[in-house]
Ligand binder design. Structure first.
Ligand code: CP3
Length: 341
């Protein structure tokens, strides 16, 4: 049997829609917190393939979701390009040295840092039922570059945006390098058993339209084009968070197979504006899931009504919040699948 998620990404509508949740493995689950404490931190978990496979499977055991998403991080790509990476408690990720001038040539590439991730994918693939899809992922070059240039997360991605204006050649070279590593990385995940891949562009919303064309659409199209040559038929989901009105150009020009919508996008508007028949994913507000009850019911009904003629994957508009009650995830699945909640 084909997994429902893959059926929908292939362009066929299913009712009820398949469901998975961004950040479905993580800190809202006690079994995650327990294993993380035992292994001594996030990166230690990612690099212990047995533990990472277990964490990937934890939300499936609990909820019976329609897909597993590899447990890893988008910053593994800069790590494999030779940057130092750490996740300090309560302070978010740090990459060193910050590439304030874009120059990555002095880094010593460390492609061996990708091998344990492929091993995690292989282990998960061996465990999954045929009706549960396995999703691989990477960050989009723009979002990854914002962390590489600043050395950490930032509110407005100012340093990367400044570099892109001040020295577009250096920034282009950095983006091109990230594209090349990302294509290899995603192809490696697919070789290991990933059946679809998602490109997370968490900071797509911070760019002016011409910069969006150059730093979001063009590199995404490059990745899609090269991946399609190496792995024809593997669907690619693009998630340009915050793209707003620029979603239309993104969907039409990147070549992605399906588009993930964040919670600020009006689903009715998206349905009217996106190419006919293009599968969409989303876009329940993570706070509606956090709230549960009527807030969640209204949100689910609205999204499903807007996409009642289009292939739809039900998901959140962004990652699940850490303090989300587990009972609300169960409630969501019962609502979608028509069981009494
Ligand atoms: O969705 C999943 O369950 C798969 C695993 C996954 C993680 N990160 C695990 C993680 C995925 C797909 C990501 C993507 C990611 N990582 C993005 C894009 C999506 C988004 O959320 O916008 C970004 C920007 C990152 C970079 C990153 N990683 C940040 C900014 C942080 C710190 C913020 C935070 O939530 O703690 C991380 C750490 C991280 N990545 C955690 C997890 C489960 C938390 C680590 C921990 O403390 O246990």
């Amino acid at each position: 049997m084909t997994a429902p998620l893959l059926t929908v990404l292939g362009g066929e509508r299913l009712d009820p829609p398949p469901v998975w949740l961004m950040r479905q493995a993580g800190r809202y689950l006690p079994e995650y917190r327990e294993l993380r404490a035992e292994k001594g931190g996030f990166l230690a978990l990612v690099y212990d393939s047995a533990a990472a496979a277990e964490i990937t499977l934890q939300p499936l055991r609990r909820f019976g979701l329609d897909a597993a998403i590899l447990f890893s991080d988008i910053l593994i790509v800069p790590y494999a390009m030779g940057m130092d990476l750490s996740f300090g408690v309560g302070e978010g990720p740090r990459l060193a040295p910050p590439l304030a001038d874009g120059g990555w040539e002095a880094l010593t590439p460390a492609p061996e840092r990708l091998a344990p991730i492929y091993e995690t994918v292989r282990r998960v693939a061996a465990e999954l039922d045929p009706d549960t899809a396995l999703i691989g992922f990477a960050g989009s070059p723009w979002t990854v570059a914002t962390y590489m240039v600043a050395g950490q997360g930032s509110k407005d991605q100012g340093e990367a945006r400044r570099l892109a204006y001040r020295d577009p050649h250096a920034f282009q070279a950095l983006i091109d390098r990230i594209v090349a590593v990302t294509v290899d990385y995603l192809a490696g995940q697919i070789d290991a058993g990933a059946q679809t891949v998602q490109l997370f562009d968490s900071w797509a919303g911070s760019l002016a339209p011409a910069e969006f064309e150059r730093w979001v659409i063009a590199p995404t199209a490059a990745i899609v084009g090269r991946l399609m040559v190496r792995h024809p038929g593997v669907p690619i989901i693009g998630f340009p968070k915050g793209a707003g009105a620029k979603l239309a150009a993104y969907a039409a020009e990147t070549g992605i197979d399906a588009v993930g919508l964040d919670e600020t996008v009006d689903p009715g508007w998206a349905d009217a504006m996106l190419p006919l028949g293009m599968p969409v994913q989303g876009n329940i507000d993570p706070l509606a899931l956090w709230a549960g009850g009527d807030a969640l019911r209204v949100s689910v009904a609205r999204v499903r009504a807007a996409f009642d003629e289009r292939p739809h994957v039900l998901n959140l508009g962004h990652g699940i919040l850490q303090d989300t009650p587990i009972a609300h995830v169960e409630e969501l699945l019962a609502m979608v699948r028509g069981e009494a909640a």
